[in-house]
Write a protein that binds this ligand. Structure first.
Ligand code: SAM
Length: 411
């Protein structure tokens, strides 16, 4: 991956980039870092890059007629795909953003100084603004170093161990567990016994617990209890109609959109639309494709993200096989029903099961008048029904899905 940095002070960047892991990664070809001197693009006699702000006030502002041609020139010469202005007004940089940026082959980081840059530069050549935190530093160079460093860690081979970024803080929404090295006791403080015994299962459990506790205490905003992979499916067959007869219902566009948005919101792995009717399967694929690759993909990018959740399957069994292929074990099937049933699992019990279990869970939702007996019989668990305040018991399935997922996975 290539990083281009447009700055007034390239010299302060190089010492950091040329040492240690980033230095090695550059030598081995995993990343390339190019620092461009902004002043080289100042065509005026004094090579000045800034001027006084319109409207008065302290500080100087980078001139658009220097920065815009500079960015355009670097983009054209080096095939830059994405231009970022480092700015305290940008969206806050985080793990997810670093991972996202690592997918580009080449990015350009624009470093401001003084009061910042002329707003028209943003309008004309900048794709996004990124801030490294809620404070102001004197220039964008330090911010560029932070971004290059964090993004590089996601570039294969840069940190030598492909697993490392997956296990570190923020990777799965948790802060990392504590680390210890020798000696086993220092100033009266001992390394926890479990780490010294070599029982890897126990060590894994201890680390997970520590990680959860630390996250809950220090970053409640991040905390989401660890759960097994959760899938959901909207079943169109086998379901019953109002007379209790076995039927196949039709898929609706609303269901596809609303369920995949709920699915994405609650971190569900995939949202299956189950129907044996091939024309209906084709319709789901057509709609998904429209939002993933057709006009919809550019019209609404968040919808594209959500539609990526949708999968089609001909039956509950086919859904189970697909999940088994992903995780190496068959999912536990949890059926839902609005009708009171004899033996159900409560929301709390299912939550506990999802937290302790390694096996994936597939939650089944019925259309029409609900899942048919044969679908209910296939499931290992039947979830307790949602109870409203009165006797009316006909929640739309889209509402039921959202309520149930919020009770199971909401913060
Ligand atoms: C002194 S700052 C300008 C601050 C600006 N006048 C404001 O109040 O928003 C100069 C430059 O430092 C960089 N910078 C400052 N704080 C930053 C932050 N939190 N994240 C990223 N870049 C920052 C930007 O490139 C900015 O143009």
């Amino acid at each position: 991956m290539d990083f281009h940095i447009l700055t007034l002070i390239p010299e302060i960047l190089k010492p950091y980039f040329n040492e240690s892991i980033l230095g090695r990664a550059q030598k081995e070809g995993g990343i390339r870092i190019f620092c461009h001197q902004l002043r080289d693009y100042a065509a005026n006699k004094h090579q000045s890059v800034d001027d006084r702000p319109y409207g008065g006030g302290a500080g100087m502002v980078f001139k658009p007629d220097v920065v815009v041609p500079a960015v355009r020139d670097i983009k054209a010469k080096h095939g830059v795909e994405h231009v970022i202005y480092l700015s305290p007004k940008g969206a806050k940089f985080n793990h997810q953003k670093a991972k996202e940026l690592s997918k580009y082959k080449s990015i350009l980081l624009l470093c401001g100084r003084y009061e910042g840059i002329d707003e028209r530069v943003l309008d004309l050549v900048v794709d996004e603004e990124i801030s490294i935190g809620d404070y102001v530093i004197t220039g964008g160079e330090l911010a560029a170093q932070v971004v290059v460093d964090a993004v590089s860690r996601f570039v294969p081979q840069v940190i030598g161990n492909e697993e490392a970024p997956k296990n570190e803080s923020f990777a799965d929404g948790f802060l990392e567990h504590p680390h210890y090295t020798r000696p086993a006791e220092y100033e009266g403080l001992k390394v926890p016994e479990v780490l010294q015994k070599g029982d890897h299962k126990a060590i894994g459990k201890w680390r997970q617990q520590q990680s959860e506790e630390i996250t809950k205490e220090r970053r409640p905003d991040l905390f989401r209890p660890h759960v097994c992979p959760v899938y959901m499916a909207l079943v169109h067959h086998p379901v019953v109609n109002k007379n209790g007869e076995l039927v196949t219902t039709s898929i609706t566009n609303f269901d596809i959109h609303d369920l995949c948005r709920t699915s994405k919101t609650y971190g569900i792995e995939k949202c299956f639309m189950i129907t044996p009717v091939e024309a209906q399967q084709g319709m789901v694929r057509y709609i998904k494709n429209y939002w993933m690759e057709g006009f919809g993909a550019t019209y609404n990018e968040t919808r594209k993200e959500a539609l990526d959740e949708v999968e089609v399957a001909a039956s509950i069994e086919e859904t189970c096989l697909t999940i088994e292929k992903n995780h190496g074990s068959r999912p536990l099937l949890v059926a839902t029903s609005a009708r009171p049933q004899k033996k159900t699992i409560s929301f709390n019990e299912l939550q506990a099961l999802m937290r302790s279990g390694k096996k994936p869970v597939l939650v089944l939702f019925g259309t029409g008048y609900g899942l048919a007996t044969e679908a209910l019989d296939q499931a290992q668990y039947l979830l307790e029904p949602i109870k409203g305040s009165g006797n009316f018991n006909h929640l739309p399935v889209r509402a039921a899905v959202a309520i149930i997922m919020d009770r199971l996975l909401g913060r």
